[in-house]
Design a protein around this ligand. Structure first.
Ligand SMILES: Nc1ncnc2c1ncn2[C@@H]1O[C@H](COP(=O)(O)OP(=O)(O)OP(=O)(O)O)[C@@H](O)[C@H]1O
Ligand SMILES: [Mg+2]
Length: 234
């Protein structure tokens, strides 16, 4: 097993507000690590710190063995960090297909191309000529994930993908993530939906008030009701 992404003792701030405190994370190639935590715990800030949208003030981020601290966000996308942000920014006037083509701008080669995407996301094939903005929230979530995959990332960063989705869409997303794992995708996920996280993850880390409070494999986490009560909304 090899470590593809490592976050080492990062401290991140918004202005003078200290948000992340010595955060450590390790993502193994081909595995799914879920960062869990309540609203405001620091999940998105961790993702933004990895992508250098909010560069950590101290600490390091390593990707494929390389120190990427201080790199530019666009460089990281080209190197293979594929972020699906929490706010699902699709290009509303552009068609579904045009949105997908934009995802290729990383210039990276790999298993993902438009045909493979349509195989994994039949609904996007059906709606390929529709403006992205006319899709439902759940369909737009699928489109943002698909667009990121079109860039053939080495690590897919999914920031709270189930947020605001109907139970049916959550199920569709679960099946999708399981299929992505089958083709070897490495995923860093953030979630508050424990059931979803337990269904798709190999490891979990819990963040609370910017501190990592717990880490384990998913089976150990499943049996630990105490930790779920303490740090997650159950
Ligand atoms: N742009 C910002 N400026 C100042 N403080 C911010 C900013 N963005 C987030 N914060 C604060 O940083 C802390 C962590 O926020 P973050 O968005 O990382 O949490 P989260 O775990 O992603 O929460 P959620 O589940 O609601 O998305 C919160 O206290 C939040 O208010
Ligand atoms: Mg968030």
């Amino acid at each position: 097993m090899s470590e593809i992404l490592q976050v080492e003792k990062i401290n991140s701030y918004y202005g003078k507000s200290h948000i992340l405190f010595d955060v450590n994370l390790v993502v193994q190639e081909g595995k799914t690590l879920c960062l869990m935590g309540r609203n405001g715990a620091g999940k998105t800030t961790t993702f933004k710190s990895i992508m250098m949208v909010v560069p950590p003030k101290t600490g390091k981020v390593y990707f494929q063995g390389k120190d990427i601290t201080g790199y530019k966000t666009y460089q990281l996308a080209r190197m293979g960090l594929g972020l699906v942000p929490e706010d699902r920014r699709i290009f509303s006037p552009l068609t579904v297909k045009e949105n997908l083509i934009i995802g290729m701008s990383t210039g990276r080669k790999g298993i993902w191309n438009i045909n493979m995407i349509y195989e994994f996301f039949p609904v996007l094939k059906e709606f390929e000529s529709r403006p992205g903005g006319t899709l439902s929230g759940g369909e737009q979530q699928m489109l943002t994930i698909a667009r990121t995959l079109m860039g053939n990332p080495a690590v897919l960063l999914l920031d709270e993908p189930t947020e605001g989705l109907s139970p049916v869409m959550v199920k569709t997303l679960k099946d999708l993530v399981l299929k992505l794992k089958d083709v070897g995708t490495t995923i860093l996920l953030s979630e508050q939906n424990i059931k979803f996280a337990m269904a798709v993850s190999d490891y979990v880390a819990i963040i609370d008030k910017g501190h990592i409070r717990y880490e384990s494999d998913i089976e150990t986490f499943k049996m630990n009701d105490e930790i779920k009560k303490q740090y997650l909304a159950v």
